[in-house]
Ligand binder design. Structure first.
Ligand SMILES: NC(=O)c1ccc[n+]([C@@H]2O[C@H](COP(=O)([O-])OP(=O)(O)OC[C@H]3O[C@@H](n4cnc5c(N)ncnc54)[C@H](OP(=O)(O)O)[C@@H]3O)[C@@H](O)[C@H]2O)c1
Length: 442
């Protein structure tokens, strides 16, 4: 008997198509095998999202293990071939040049890695920075000399990924988009996130809803915004888990407490943590902080960004403002956050409590999260598996675990813990996924 395996979906990414095979024992000598083509984007432009390969993913019939393995491997090979040809098609939609402004910073360096690892369909990459200008970076696109930023050189790119301060972006991003090449700018700062006419995008959430202009087109007939904002890293990580739950159960209230790593404050934040720890172990003292408000080593700091009139910090309010815009939430959905800096190097963690309109239970929520794009459920009490920053660092997927019915909200409440690499999911990867979407619509 054939039955669709609920953990098996096939979807495509615009450039990095990853093939995963996984299995689970469902009885003695019997295996349920499934092959999943996993993607981080969910755009499904080369193979539409949700495309179903029935002969591949409906194997839950009882067949001997060896035979089942052979079948799975055959199909895996076949699918890899299909994906290779899909990738070829996608390659033809390449652009000429992608620029990274702020390439030497914490986010900029990750952007370059994402372009390399995802084999982004561009012929050239140009790197722009300030102090690092003149240095040479070895990349899979060739050796690149880092350039000082100028408007004219940025406008020679089809896509510009901005990883600089808000004030820098505010001044230059709109000007770059007005250039002769029809350049699109994807900005990582908070400069444009709250502008009504500028899309704030997490591709898996609202990528399809928002109109983003294809690069290289100055044609009036082609609509869409040439300037796109990337969300705050804390928002993006939480949103990956909250969005699928919202779709099924409807969010009513969200309360988040964060444990944010030093790298959230950029390369200088990482350096300050490292130097402080080194100094402590060398001579027992930690130098006075320059980046953080207080000493970070051996401490936690319940303040990120400036205090606002309502007593929340700007980092905390960003979660509220951005989640509402990205999810298109009505005013009666309430979101609050307490943002705390902790002495980890990379990846942010979030403890989240939700109240939902529909009744929610742990098993149902787990199934929803397991099927969600860009989410990995890590939640096994017996083997002490739960999300942790050390495990989430360097990974595309946001890890979700510690799922439990809320003691506060009962049948309408869930509590869980999330860890995600904020330099990837909350910045570089998200920006590159947006760029892939724009290029694919070329
Ligand atoms: N860190 C995170 O987790 C994170 C997450 C989401 C969003 N963001 C946002 O992303 C942006 C970058 O953050 P970051 O953490 O990567 O900061 P960062 O590590 O301090 O890097 C800043 C970059 O900007 C460059 N830069 C500064 N002035 C410049 C100029 N006049 N011309 C060209 N380049 C210039 C720097 O170049 P030099 O060092 O060579 O001078 C450096 O490459 C910020 O808006 C931040 O809020 C950060």
């Amino acid at each position: 008997m054939f039955r669709a395996c609920n953990r098996s979906t096939i979807s495509s990414s615009t450039s990095a198509l990853r093939v995963r095979a996984f299995s689970s024992k469902v009885g003695q000598g019997v295996q349920k095998r499934a092959i999943r083509i996993a993607s981080s984007t969910g755009y499904g432009d080369t193979i539409p999202q949700g495309t179903f390969f029935p002969e591949t993913v409906t194997h839950s019939e009882q067949i001997p293990e060896q035979k089942s393995t052979e079948l799975a491997i055959d199909r895996l090979t076949e699918i890899q071939e299909k994906l290779a040809s899909a990738k070829q098609v996608q390659k033809m939609t390449r652009v000429d040049t992608v620029g990274i402004v702020g390439s030497s910073g914490a986010v900029g360096q990750e952007m370059l890695k994402c372009l390399e690892e995802r084999d982004f369909p561009t012929k050239n990459v140009r790197l722009f920075a300030k102090r690092a200008a003149g240095t040479v970076v070895k990349t899979s696109f060739g050796d690149i000399i880092v350039e000082p930023f100028t408007l004219e050189t940025a406008q020679e790119c089809d896509v510009v990924l901005m990883a600089v301060s808000g004030s820098f972006s505010k001044e230059w991003s709109p000007q770059i988009t007005g250039g002769p090449k029809g350049t699109i700018v994807i900005d990582n700062s908070s400069a444009f996130r709250y502008h009504d006419d500028i899309p704030l995008v997490i591709p898996e959430v609202n990528g399809k809803r928002e109109a983003i202009k294809a690069p290289g087109i100055n044609d009036e007939g082609k609509s869409g915004s040439a300037l796109v904002a990337n969300p705050n890293c804390t928002t993006a990580i939480g949103a990956m888990a909250l969005w699928p739950l919202h779709q099924k159960y409807g969010l009513k209230k969200v309360m988040m407490s964060t444990y944010q790593s030093a790298s959230g404050a950029g390369a200088e934040g990482m350096q300050e943590l490292e130097d402080g720890l080194e100094a402590h172990f060398k001579d027992g003292s930690v130098p006075a902080p320059q980046v953080f408000a207080h000493q970070l080593p051996f401490n936690v700091i319940p303040q990120i960004d400036a205090f606002q009139e309502n007593g929340y910090t700007k980092e905390e309010m960003k979660v509220t403002w951005e989640m509402k815009k990205i999810f298109d939430l009505p005013d009666d959905v309430k979101i609050s956050c307490t943002a705390v800096r902790v002495p980890t190097m990379r990846a942010h963690s979030e403890s989240i409590v939700i109240e939902t309109h529909m009744p929610i239970d742990e098993a149902g929520a787990r199934a929803v999260l397991e099927a969600a794009e860009g989410v990995k459920v890590v939640d096994d009490q017996d083997s002490l598996q739960y999300p942790m920053p050390l495990n989430a660092a360097g990974k595309d997927d946001v890890e979700v675990g510690r799922l439990r019915q809320s003691l506060v909200f009962g049948k309408h409440g869930l509590e869980f813990f999330v860890c995600g690499d904020q330099l990837l999911r909350g910045a570089a990867l998200n920006a590159v996924l947006i760029a892939e979407q724009a290029v694919a619509s070329h």
